[in-house]
Design a protein around this ligand. Structure first.
Ligand code: MG
Length: 452
């Protein structure tokens, strides 16, 4: 069966599907899955196609007798908060996260506020492809209501998790809100925590005139300059739907997401020892820091829904991904860029070191990545051949094949969404990382060639 949902919901170009029947049928499938008389919480990011898609999805969901509480233009984690706060049976987010402006997407949220598990997404896919939608009788169609209080609830909830006092250092922070919904959230939260806040790209604008919505180093020139020009203590950049936050240090230097994840893990473990959940492709900057901090590393397959659920099961003290997606269990079992920003404020306002100094204290590793085109039907065979070739090594097969050397590791993994096979290598220095990557790239290239 063809898949609809990728690792992060469904993404598409709304002008490439002919008409919006696709979105209506998605709504019909989701409503049929949730059920007549049940209720979903719905929100969207700032994309210009958001209202159009939301209207089509709304029509589909209401047709099945499922109710909708629309909470408006909000970050993705605010919908997740809304599902729990409003006690709905699920949630729907219309967002393409970090993708370019011409894309949009849809993600489903489970009744516990976590991103819907893959097995549940499959149930929606079965309904969608079979077109066996359950339509409600005219007097049982779903009701649509609007709620703008949920946004304030989420903001208040995050602020309530911190106890700023006169001993906190007064920090100057520049926030780049990516023209997404975070502009109405993060600046307010950080001001409430006592920061002097400057913003760029804080006006919601679905054309993303300020920068592309992915917080990559090449997209954050303005923020890096603004941090230096303003003499700020640090900078924050969200992705388009603000479930992630990336940081810039006081010198205007881009901090990669693995390093900030390590800082958060160390902080969490300094308060409570326990498990920290990270995916199998996480840098040793993070895993070494966890061990150093007296914690236990719990590795999972790649994907934030998997990390979040595992955190709940093992009662983890912290978890997340190296792309700026941090999960703080005291908040919610989901990535939340605003909570992540607030946490960095707490760490820097109560500690005696700057962000740059904290980063300089971390172990240093270099990751190198490569990908090969590989038809979907060959992926499984390539993985089997890789496993055979590496039979003499200790294989970690949580997701793909991972081999750990003394001071390096390599991960072989087929993409779940593209006809691509990836090889990732990490080592203590760039030269060895490059060497290992080249060595194992050759192995995969030869295997794909043999099989083709
Ligand atoms: Mg996102």
């Amino acid at each position: 069966m063809t898949r609809l949902f990728g690792t992060n919901g469904i993404r598409w170009r709304p002008d490439s599907v002919g008409d919006q029947n696709f979105a209506v049928e998605l709504g019909l499938a989701i409503g049929t899955y949730i059920g007549e008389g049940k209720t979903v919480c719905m929100g969207m990011d700032t994309r210009v196609t958001g209202p159009m898609i939301a209207a089509a999805v709304t029509s589909g969901i209401l047709s099945t007798g499922c109710n909708i509480i629309d909470i408006g233009v909000v970050p993705t984690p605010t919908v997740q908060y809304g599902v729990k706060a409003l006690g709905t049976d699920g949630g729907v987010v219309i967002s393409a996260s970090h993708n370019p402006p011409e894309f949009n997407g849809l993600k489903c949220i489970a009744s516990d506020g976590t991103e819907l598990a893959r097995e549940e997404e499959e149930k929606i896919e079965v309904i969608y492809f079979s077109k066996e939608f359950k339509l409600a009788r005219w007097d049982k169609v779903g009701r649509l209501s609007h709620n703008s209080e949920t946004s304030f609830g989420h903001i208040d909830r995050i602020i309530s998790l911190f106890k700023p006092n006169p001993d906190w250092k007064k920090l100057r922070v520049v926030i780049d809100c990516s023209n997404g919904p975070a502009g109405n959230f993060t600046p307010h939260i950080l001001r409430s925590l006592g920061c002097e806040v400057l913003t760029i790209n804080a006006q919601p604008d679905g054309l993303f005139p300020g920068r592309m919505p992915e917080p990559l180093e090449e997209n954050l020139d303005s923020l890096m300059c603004a941090v230096v020009d303003a003499g700020a203590d640090f900078g924050i950049a969200h992705d388009g739907d603000a479930d992630r936050a990336i940081f810039i240090d006081e010198g205007g230097k881009y901090i990669n997401g693995d390093e900030s994840l390590a800082i958060f893990a160390i902080d969490a473990l300094s308060k409570k020892k326990g498990k920290v959940v990270v995916p199998v492709n996480t840098s040793r900057v993070v895993t070494d820091s966890i061990v150093e901090g007296g914690g236990e590393v719990e590795l999972t397959p790649i994907g934030s829904p998997i990390i979040a659920r595992r955190m709940g099961r093992v009662d983890a003290v912290f978890g997340g991904e190296g792309n700026g997606g941090a999960i703080f269990p005291e908040n919610m079992l989901c990535r939340d860029g605003m909570m992540t920003a607030a946490k960095m404020v707490e760490i820097l306002a109560t500690g005696d070191r700057s962000l740059g100094e904290l980063i300089a204290g971390l172990p240093s590793f270099v990751i190198k990545r490569s990908k090969f085109s590989c038809p979907d039907q060959l992926k499984g065979q390539v993985l089997v051949k890789v496993r055979e070739a590496m039979a003499d090594s200790d294989i970690i097969d949580i997701d793909g094949v991972k081999i750990e050397g003394g001071d390096w590791w390599v991960l072989f993994r087929p993409s779940g969404t593209e006809p691509v096979f990836r090889v990732t290598a990490e080592a203590g220095d760039g030269k060895m990382a490059e060497e290992k990557l080249n060595q194992f790239k050759k192995l995969v290239e030869d295997i794909i060639q043999d099989l083709s």
